[in-house]
Ligand binder design. Structure first.
Ligand code: ARG
Length: 462
């Protein structure tokens, strides 16, 4: 049938069917873990020597052999094929070529189950650190933009209908806050990523006098799993990361949607610069917002990975099952997607968009988004708010049929509506004042926004 070599013990008479070997193998993707596999194995080898399970000389041979494989890999000289099955076998096989019989001792008191779990956690811990750094860069760009646009007004929406004008800085700070929660959430997730399963063995621990605390300290884990069955089969940390990654994409996707809308001719709030826009192959006039569209589109695959992971673990009996090998592609794909999207959106905000100020100031001056302020004006002068609200609704209706805005009404007309109106109604409904007046904590008033900017800068610096 096949001349392929056997991977496993003498229990097996013949080799795997080649198609099944391909189906079973994870080397095509888990090679991504090789640096972590080597680091984890070095810690394990040192522990074996330290506890006297192997000799000091054997320990040294293992460590230097593993370092050699790292160099070979980095130089492109170590390229394991499908026959290696997975990265763990590939390394062990090469180590045995380099270190001879000592190499065959590396797997003492260890299983690929606790090994794969260790590698995956080391990988994810690293990437979480990188993603958190990227979130900080994204926040820094939002903050720079916000600091330059405190008094730039934009229409604020509910139901995508113009509601009340707001400071552009206030809008940008809303995304700053979302990113801040993302940053915080990943830090929290990392507490569950950073637990060592190494030494849990296949499922039940080991007969050797290992030192799990030593390997955990070598690998900078915060804690070790208390239960070996849980340690080898737990993928909560992967689910948690994928959920956190999904929320990052939710936030980036919402921002993307707005950038796409705002760059349309209908809105015209922003223009796309050449470095971040693309053209059409047929319509020479087109400039397309491909960057935010791709981010919006990629959100789906990250959500899908979360779903796939949840389904993969939901019916698993303890402890390890091969289903768990499916954690890797879900994680790798989500990590890559989140990193690429954060990078692209940071560049887009930094240099890919320009706010069209004329268009924005016209957008906040020529509608009825100051209607609440007329009602508030009356309410502040003792008219019950609901009464004031009904009255202003009537005014808006007459204005619309007369082709007028609120600012076009004469003082007589105002007084006719209600004797409480005075000449200061005009300044009260001017867009700048409408925004400035919303000075409640967390509101869009300029004073509030300036305070928020200082607080945000503080958070970023600490
Ligand atoms: N490639 C496997 C994985 O990623 C390694 C663990 C395999 N363990 C086993 N008992 N077959 O899950």
């Amino acid at each position: 049938m096949t001349t392929q070599q056997k991977t496993w013990s003498q229990r097996f008479e013949s080799a795997l069917h080649p198609a099944i070997a391909r189906f079973n193998a994870s080397i095509g993707f888990d090679i991504e873990l090789i640096e972590y596999d080597l680091t984890g194995s070095i810690a394990h080898a040192k522990m074996l020597a330290k506890t006297g399970i192997i000799s000091a000389a054997e320990g040294d041979k293992l460590v230097s052999g593993l370092e050699q494989i790292r160099r070979e890999y980095r130089q492109g000289l170590f390229v394991p094929g499908i026959d290696a099955e997975d990265v763990h076998f590939a390394v062990e096989k090469r180590l045995t070529e380099i270190a001879g019989d000592a190499g065959k001792k590396l797997h003492t008191a260890r299983s690929r189950n606790d090994q794969a779990g260790t590698d995956t956690r080391l990988y994810l811990r690293d990437r979480i650190g990188q993603i958190r750094q990227q979130l900080r860069e994204f926040q820094a760009v939002l903050l720079d933009l916000a600091e330059n646009n405190v008094e730039t007004l934009i229409p604020g929406y509910t139901h995508l209908q113009r509601a009340q004008p707001i400071s552009l800085a206030h809008y940008l700070l809303a995304y700053f806050e979302m990113a801040d929660r993302d940053w915080e959430r990943l830090g929290d997730v990392c507490q569950r990523v950073n637990i060592s399963p190494l030494g849990c063995g296949a499922l039940a621990g080991t007969t050797f006098p290992i030192d799990r605390h030593y390997t955990a300290a070598e690998l900078h884990f915060d804690r070790i799993y208390a239960n070996s069955l849980d340690g080898v089969s737990d993928r909560d940390f992967a689910v948690e990361f994928l959920a956190a990654a999904s929320l990052i994409l939710v936030h980036l996707s919402r921002l993307s949607e707005e950038m796409i809308l705002w760059s349309s001719h209908e809105f015209g709030f922003i223009s796309l610069t050449d470095s971040c826009a693309t053209g059409s192959s047929i319509m020479p006039q087109k400039k397309n917002p491909d960057v935010p569209e791709l981010v919006r589109g990629k959100a789906g695959r990250v959500f899908g990975n979360l779903q796939a992971m949840l389904v993969a673990v939901k019916g698993l009996p303890l402890a390890y099952n091969k289903d768990l090998q499916e954690d890797k592609e879900a994680l790798f794909d989500s990590v890559k997607t989140v990193q690429a999207c954060l990078e692209a959106m940071t560049i887009l905000l930094r240099e890919g968009i320009a706010f069209n100020r004329d268009r924005l100031s016209a957008a906040v001056a020529e509608d009825f988004s100051n209607a609440t302020d007329v009602a508030d004006y009356l309410a502040a002068r003792g008219v019950p708010f609901r009464e004031a609200y009904n009255l202003v609704g009537k005014v808006v209706k007459t204005c619309i049929s007369g082709g007028k805005l609120l600012k076009d009404l004469t003082l007589e007309e105002w007084k006719e509506l209600h004797p409480a109106f005075e000449t200061d109604i005009y300044s009260a409904i001017a867009p700048q004042q409408v925004v400035a007046a919303r000075n409640s904590y967390g509101g869009t008033g300029f004073e509030q926004v300036r305070k928020s900017l200082i607080a945000a800068r503080d958070r970023l610096n600490n």
